[in-house]
Design a protein around this ligand. Structure first.
Ligand code: ATP
Ligand code: MG
Length: 758
């Protein structure tokens, strides 16, 4: 198109402008980090709406986190200068929940279904494993849940798995039993686990073509960010949403289809699909992410247009050169280099501490310097490979009075007292949910023991009634008077709270149905009646005091929600809480340094970035060393970390590190050796530190000297005087190629799930 310049194309380079303007039915944008992929998506959406090629409601944009979704919405609205109501910009999970809430009744679920997080799933699996006495076969809730999750990401269920499994293997047979009863229990509980949200939506679309057609018809434009991290289930969802609606289905659609929606054959044509991704940033193989989705895009979507973006607008050339050098060691990739026209920028700063405390001290001091030189704390991020690294960092940041926040880690909603309170709310929305109910019975302790609980559960099941109703009918069972009173009073509390939540009011006057009560009021009723907060305070233990404060914080969260979503009610609140991703806790105020894992950092950018713990055994993580493709995946993670930095990058490590209660000697990461020396300004190089044999001179909380590697020699390739990885073992900061070369096998495996069990 010629004529007046388009403000939405202003400031885009030619391939970016092409990616925004093209109208190919399928478009793949492949590009390295920071080349404007997300920006292109945003401009594309804005252009579609502004040109009236699509109503906002015809757009479905998928982002990796809720935070990214909120940001994208804001930017689109900023570009348009108006709100875009009805536009779905969300994660896969949120989009699927919205669909399932509308449609799940078709396959026997109630719309008030519960969403189980991984702790809930494990609680359920724990029971199942106990019932089946499967622990003696080595099954744990953790390993069973990660295997089930992996299968679900492949869209397998117990039946399809059983069809391919080795029926002669007793352990396999037992696993199938576990899987099957897990599926049954979820259904009985009217609950979906996280993987189900996507898998069941796919299942829904495949089973009910006329339901699929509603969404295929509605969403004319699908746009997916971070496509390299989609797994098979997510990919299948995209496939389902981008099928044409066939003629026979068209005829059955309500409201009736108009002529202009149809193609020449009487079908509703497939939606337009745009995906953007970078195979070098695929870091979720452990969740089943499959780079092949990118590679095979052109095969799956014939006629797809491919646009490559090359210029980087985020980082200095020094940072990009380091990123290029590291990722260049992965053999299984298309060669591409990031470049910028912005100049080299300062060198990367390297620092080796004597211990992790020394490393943390350096990080804190540098942040102070940056701050003094005018950088806001919010412009600084500190990354690490595992959550266990945060403690030392936090200590030193607190000492230096630097405001910070940890993203991820023990999340607020995973704390025991918060889960207790949430169990009540969940149970109000779904009185058939056994996990929520069983949790609330014992929180706080009220003398209803496991026997009584089991009796009630059996009774509910036999009578086909909810747990709440079973409690109100405790008189029909043979409980002693005290237990019975406790049960009935809990049942009554739940009944009152449920009425309140549903908007029935305190009296049972169904004529005057009001709006649902504010979530905060329901929560306060429960907290008051159960005296959860008072009981914690009465213990006079500082930890319990913190727990009481957390519960008060939950009330504030609910209040805030009520203000923002008046009259919406409990179910939406629960949905929102269960979908909050770690990174969502990042708010826009610029006053705090952000601490997070490198996985969480994806898609974000910061003027100054510290990557800490750049050591063999941590980065690459020890668990990756034996995995097929594990090192490649870790290298991509390193690449993601490096490319988050805009102006200044720090790479830090320690020569000794306390882990598992022992102090171990640490070796510099092989990834450090892959970065040209000229790019790094070592404030203290690994050689200077290891030369002193790992003894401690300056660190706070110095560990005793003569650090020794724990688990001496046991396990994978631990060498007595060097790293806890299986590195080259050359001692000191080696030159040239490291012992363990880059591997190029397809990424796979369950390293992360194993990590989570640590
Ligand atoms: P990642 O792979 O990390 O997700 P990305 O490819 O999505 O990165 P963006 O986040 O869209 O990259 O862009 C990186 C930065 O560069 C952003 O700050 C963006 O605003 C800026 N940027 C992108 N394109 C341009 C451009 N043509 N002119 C100026 N700035 C740009
Ligand atoms: Mg992006």
């Amino acid at each position: 198109a010629s004529g007046a310049p388009d403000p939405l194309l202003d400031g885009l380079n030619p391939p970016q402008a092409q990616a925004v303007s093209t109208r190919s039915p399928a478009l793949l944008i492949v590009a390295g980090a920071g080349s404007g992929k997300t920006r292109v998506l945003t401009h594309r959406i804005a252009q579609l709406i502004r040109n009236r090629e699509a109503w906002p409601s015809q757009i479905l944009a998928i982002t990796f986190t809720n935070k990214a979704a909120a940001e994208m919405r804001e930017r689109v609205e900023g570009l348009l200068g108006s709100a875009a109501e009805g536009m779905w910009i969300s994660t896969f999970h949120s989009a699927c929940v919205r669909i399932l809430r509308r449609e799940a009744e078709r396959f026997g679920y109630v719309s008030g279904f519960t969403i189980y997080d991984s702790a809930d799933s494990r609680a359920l699996l724990k029971r199942i494993i106990k019932d089946l006495e499967a622990d003696s076969y080595g099954f744990t809730p953790a390993n069973a849940s990660s295997k089930i999750s992996r299968l679900k990401n492949e869209l397998s269920d117990a039946d399809s798995y059983a069809a391919t499994a080795n029926a002669n293997d007793p352990r396999e047979r037992l696993f199938i039993e576990i899987f099957r009863s897990y599926e049954q229990e979820l259904r009985r509980a009217n609950a979906f686990d996280f993987d189900d949200l996507i898998g069941q939506t796919v299942h829904l679309f495949r089973t009910f073509p006329e339901v699929a057609a509603v969404y295929q018809r509605r969403f004319r434009f699908l746009l997916v960010d971070e496509y390299q991290d989609t797994n098979h289930a997510q990919y299948s969802l995209i496939r389902e949403l981008t099928r044409p609606v066939e003629r026979d289905v068209v005829e059955r659609l309500v409201p009736p289809v108009r002529e202009r929606e149809l193609d020449g054959l009487g079908c509703i044509p497939a939606a337009s699909l745009t995906v953007v991704g970078d195979s070098d940033q695929s870091i979720y193989a452990f969740r089943g992410a499959d780079i092949r989705n990118i590679v095979e895009f052109e095969r799956d979507f014939p006629g797809a247009e491919v646009v490559k973006l090359e210029q980087n607008y985020r980082s200095t050339q020094n940072i990009l050169s380091a990123a290029n050098a590291v990722i260049g060691n992965n053999l299984d990739r298309q060669d591409k280099s990031l470049w910028t026209s912005e100049g080299d920028g300062p060198q990367i700063v390297g620092f080796t501490g004597y211990s992790q405390h020394d490393e943390a001290r350096f990080v804190a001091e540098e942040i102070e310097d940056l701050h003094r030189s005018g950088l806001a704390y919010g412009d600084v991020a500190v990354f690490y490979r595992t959550n266990s690294q945060t403690r030392a960092l936090e200590e030193l940041l607190i000492r230096a009075a630097i405001p910070y926040r940890v993203l991820g880690g023990t999340k607020f909603y995973e704390r025991a007292e918060i889960k207790d309170a949430m169990a009540y709310l969940t149970s109000l929305a779904n009185p058939y949910d056994p996990i929520a109910w069983s949790r609330l019975i014992g929180a706080p302790k009220r003398g209803i023991g496991p026997m009584a609980e089991a009796q009630l559960a059996n009774y509910a099941e036999a009578m086909g009634i909810s747990f709440h109703d079973a409690m109100l009918r405790a008189g029909e069972l043979s409980f002693g008077p005290k237990v019975r009173a406790a049960i009935e009073s809990l049942g009554q509390l739940l009944q009152r709270a449920a009425r309140m939540a549903a908007g029935g009011g305190a009296t049972d006057d169904s004529e005057t149905r009001k709006q649902p009560a504010p979530v905060a009021d329901v929560l306060k009723l429960i907290l008051d009646e159960t005296q959860m907060i008072e009981k914690l305070r009465a213990k006079r233990d500082p930890q319990d005091e913190a727990r009481a404060e957390n519960l008060e914080e939950l009330v504030s969260v609910a209040k805030e929600y009520d203000v923002q979503h008046p009259g919406v009610g409990l179910l939406e609140f629960l949905t929102e809480v269960s979908l909050v991703a770690a990174v969502d806790e990042l708010d826009d105020e610029s006053g705090t340094v952000s601490l997070m894992t490198m996985h969480t950092a994806k898609g974000l950018e910061f003027p100054a970035v510290f990557i800490t713990g750049v050591e063999e055994g941590l980065l690459p993580h020890q668990m990756s060393v034996d995995e097929i493709g594990g090192i490649s995946e870790e290298r991509r993670l390193m690449y993601v970390g490096i490319t988050r930095a805009r102006k200044q990058l720090y790479l830090t490590l320690a020569s000794t590190r306390a882990q598992f209660g022992d102090v171990q000697v640490a070796m510099p990461s092989r990834f450090l050796q892959e970065i040209p020396e000229s790019l790094i300004d070592w404030r203290q190089s690994p050689g200077e530190v290891t030369g002193r044999g790992g003894t401690e001179s300056r660190a706070l909380n110095a560990p005793r000297s003569g650090a020794r590697p724990s688990r001496g020699g046991a396990g994978r390739g631990v060498e007595s005087s060097v790293s806890f990885g299986s590195g080259s073992g050359s001692g000191g900061y080696g030159r040239g190629g490291s012992g363990a070369a880059a591997v190029s096998e397809p990424a796979s495996g369950n390293m992360q799930s194993a990590l989570e069990q640590w």
